[in-house]
Write a protein that binds this ligand. Structure first.
Ligand code: AHM
Ligand code: MG
Length: 335
């Protein structure tokens, strides 16, 4: 493929379309791009460096932190605090939000919520992992310290969201609310290049992604939908194909491109779902909707409309091709 535009050029072009833009959001993206490259480098040599395995601690949700979780968290935190455009960060790896209190950062308009290395239990076995990020304009006054309410905004208020998938290629996919674009990293040049312009999620697909090991714990509507996916109905393309990597970014990315549905529903083990609303579900839901797909937490409950009450709150997630999500919802709403 001929390279026509880098991520840096794309951001500048985009910024020029908004005469009032100050360049702060562009600077924020530069931070994400830089930290993404550093994490890409480490992920790619994870098998060689002493960087695989557990770091020895747990995060606030009691999950074992991997060395790369901690590493990625530090890199994104450092990059995001360096440019003075972000006033605070919330991360899966931090118990509470981190306030950036340098003089410039206090003037920063934005907060970032991030899962620095999602799917990190996959690292030791060389399976794709990702970074997920969500960006909001702060509610509190600039010049003062960031506050919890800045982070507890509904997903609908996101200014931008995206992910980096460290897969067979590393890709950055993001949206600022006018479509979704994807950039593939060329390590020989050290740049992300526009490779997937205006990504659209096919309204229908034939892939379903769910951890079927949890089947007996699922609500009956979900069980019935899974059976529906497995039933033969040639004209409508069923049975669907089952694909589950166990790395949300990779599962979502595949379904976004090929058409499909990803489900992490409530279960008796996870009564509120497993995935975290603010830095896993919301950014993915923003991207799904921007690409013409859908994301629900339950019947008639768009993920983006949930008003959060806690930083690490969990949510069910049913996301992907719009008609597949609608169909799953039909099963869920049956008495
Ligand atoms: P993590 O943030 O601790 O890595 O957990 C999130 C991950 C998702 O990437 C993935 O879709 C899901 O957890 C897999 O969970 P499970 O192993 O229960 O199927
Ligand atoms: Mg995660």
């Amino acid at each position: 493929m001929e390279i026509t535009k880098t991520l840096g050029e794309f951001i500048v072009d985009h910024q020029n379309q908004y005469p009032t833009a100050t360049g702060e959001l562009s600077a924020l993206f530069s931070s994400i791009r830089l930290a993404g490259k550093i994490v890409h480098r480490e992920v790619n040599k994870a098998g060689l460096a002493d960087i695989r395995g557990a770091a020895g601690g747990d995060n606030i949700q009691g999950e074992a932190q991997q060395k790369l979780d901690v590493y990625a968290n530090e890199k994104f935190k450092a990059a995001l605090s360096a440019r003075g455009v972000v006033c605070g960060l919330a991360s899966e790896e931090e118990d509470s939000f981190v306030a950036f209190d340098g003089q410039r950062s206090l003037q920063g308009k934005y907060v970032v919520l991030i899962d620095p290395l999602d799917g990190s239990s996959n690292i030791d076995v060389n399976v794709s992992v990702g970074t997920i990020f969500s960006i909001y304009r702060r509610i509190s006054k600039t010049g003062g310290p960031v506050s919890l309410e800045d982070f507890l905004q509904p997903g609908r208020a996101q200014v931008a969201a995206g992910y980096i998938v460290y897969g067979s290629s590393t890709m950055l996919v993001y949206s600022t609310g006018d479509g979704v674009n994807g950039f593939t990293y060329d390590p020989s040049l050290g740049v992300f290049c526009l490779s997937h312009e205006n990504m659209r999620c096919p309204p229908e697909g034939n892939i379903y992604s769910v951890n079927e090991g949890n089947y007996v714990h699922f609500p009956s509507g979900i069980k019935k939908y899974i059976k529906f996916c497995q039933e033969e109905d040639k004209p409508s393309g069923r049975p669907y194909t089952s694909r589950y990597i166990g790395s949300l970014v990779s599962d979502f990315h595949r379904n976004l491109i090929k058409g499909g549905i990803y489900l992490y529903p409530t279960s008796s083990t996870y009564p509120s779902g497993k995935l975290r609303l603010l830095y896993e579900c919301n950014p993915m839901a923003f991207l799904a909707e921007q690409a013409g797909g859908k994301a629900l937490a339950g019947v008639n409950q768009p993920v983006l409309d949930i008003v959060p009450s806690e930083l690490h709150q969990r949510s069910p997630l049913i996301i992907g091709s719009s008609s597949m999500v609608d169909k799953a919802c039909e099963f869920l709403s049956e008495k």
